[in-house]
Design a protein around this ligand. Structure first.
Ligand SMILES: C[S@@+](CC[C@H](N)C(=O)[O-])C[C@H]1O[C@@H](n2cnc3c(N)ncnc32)[C@H](O)[C@@H]1O
Length: 415
């Protein structure tokens, strides 16, 4: 056994033990395709760690990465690939995921993998050539690499039994739905009110897409014609910013600035929140049920807050950054309530503006309502995508450029 074999076996054993790999077909693919052949400029340690590996940057931000192996395993299980299927991948990157999928669908199947970046496609071709002996030994299906904007799919080889995006999208584009075979499945990291949800959607005979599974995720966003329109707006005079997603009732940054200028009282939290409750858990619940929901994040400007004002480091820590769920009034007296850390390491709801305490009480009510239904997280939501004209935004109704996402909690309690 070589060092690479050992590192690969260790990674797969860990993915199985953690329940990320659940099926023999996905396990076989991970064991057959060596990840380091797709990351030739990295050490074995880097290639087989359970981390995303950024491989391309523009203006300081990663524009491509080899996805985290755990997330890849979760998505491959969500895809439920079968032998002989035709698959379209949008976001070919290193070509590793295409190789795994080709191994699962086998010689009778086919994978088309599209990337918007020609150099990545050239590199992925080389990686696949290096891995050709392993792919042949595993009876992998053919892989076609194409440089194109995957926002329009790849109509030349449609229909597909499976379409998978390994890049985040704000929308469920009609091209992808049109290129799905009857009963096909579309799996994509979809932005929903500022959270990213990896949703496996089955196309029904009625033209609606219904989720089979939902997972929380964090992917690089689509570039090109389907690029994201959500933004983060700095709040003047503070070291804070607000996320303004494109699919909600966006919080008015001026209203937030006005509220923050009037610090009020604090309210006890009914229970503390976890880091996961910023974009998943309670944060997702708040965003999907409360029209005034928003998320505050650090702006990184270092602007000091006025006396009793809100400092960025009072928001909840998330990796090297900070973020907190918040609720703001959309009309009438300004009021803002933000989940904040206190000096003694606890959490409290800080209230701002004349209506701050009322909004704080509403935030407590929302936490209690979330707890009463078993604190649902991403896997507990069911999403239905209705293609066509977007509907009016509201609780559980999320308009998209090419349709509407309807969200409801699928069961009582965490599964
Ligand atoms: C997280 S990486 C994908 C990783 C890849 N599946 C792998 O196994 O290495 C996301 C990829 O999406 C690509 N991408 C971004 N926008 C795109 C678009 N509009 N069409 C196709 N690919 C796109 C990026 O260039 C990047 O390589």
């Amino acid at each position: 056994m070589t060092a690479a074999d050992r590192a690969g076996a260790h990674m797969v054993d860990a993915l199985c033990a953690a329940g990320r790999i659940r099926s023999p077909a996905v396990e076989r693919a991970f064991r057959a395709v060596p990840r380091h052949l797709f990351l030739p400029s990295f050490t074995l340690h880097e290639a087989y760690a359970d981390d995303a590996v950024p491989i391309r940057f523009a203006e300081g931000a990663a524009t491509s990465s080899a996805s985290q192996p755990s997330m890849m395993a979760i998505m491959l299980e969500q895809l439920e690939l079968r032998a002989g299927q035709r698959v379209l991948e949008i976001g070919a990157g290193t070509g590793y995921n295409a190789a795994l999928m080709a191994t699962v669908v086998g010689r009778q199947g086919r994978v088309v993998a599209v990337d918007i970046d020609q150099e990545l496609i050239d590199d992925a071709c080389e990686h696949l050539a290096t891995a050709a002996p392993q792919l042949a030994a595993a009876d992998a299906g053919a892989i076609e690499l194409v440089c194109a904007d995957g926002a329009v799919g790849h109509p030349e080889r449609a229909p597909y039994d499976r379409i998978v995006l390994t890049v985040g999208s704000d929308d469920v584009r009609p091209e992808w739905v049109a290129q799905l075979a009857e009963g096909g499945r579309l799996l994509l990291p979809l932005a929903v009110r500022g959270s990213q949800l990896c949703v496996a959607l089955d196309l029904g005979e009625d033209g609606l897409l219904r989720s089979d599974s939902v997972q929380s995720c964090m992917f690089i966003r689509l570039r090109g014609i389907g690029s994201a329109t959500g933004r983060t707006v700095a709040l003047a005079g503070t070291d804070l910013a607000v996320e303004v997603p494109s699919d909600g009732l966006p919080a008015d940054p001026e209203r937030l600035v006005a509220a923050l200028a009037e610090p009020g009282g604090a309210i006890r939290m009914p229970f503390p929140l976890r880091q996961a409750d910023i974009w998943d858990g309670f944060g997702l619940w708040l965003a999907l049920t409360e029209p005034g929901a928003c998320r505050l994040v650090g702006a990184g400007t270092g602007t000091p807050a006025p006396a009793d004002g809100l400092f960025a480091d009072e928001l909840l820590p998330v990796g090297p950054s900070v973020g907190s769920p918040a609720l703001v009034t959309s009309h009438g007296p300004t009021g803002l309530a933000v989940v904040a850390q206190t000096a003694d390491g606890r959490q409290a709801i800080r209230c701002f503006g004349p209506a701050g305490m009322d909004v704080g009480a509403a935030l407590v009510g929302s936490m209690q309502a979330w707890a009463a239904v078993g604190r649902p997280g991403a896997p507990d939501w069911r999403l239905t995508v209705v293609p066509g004209e977007p509907g009016e935004p509201g609780p559980g109704v999320v308009p998209k450029p090419h349709g509407t996402v309807l969200a409801e909690v699928r069961s009582q309690g965490r599964r």
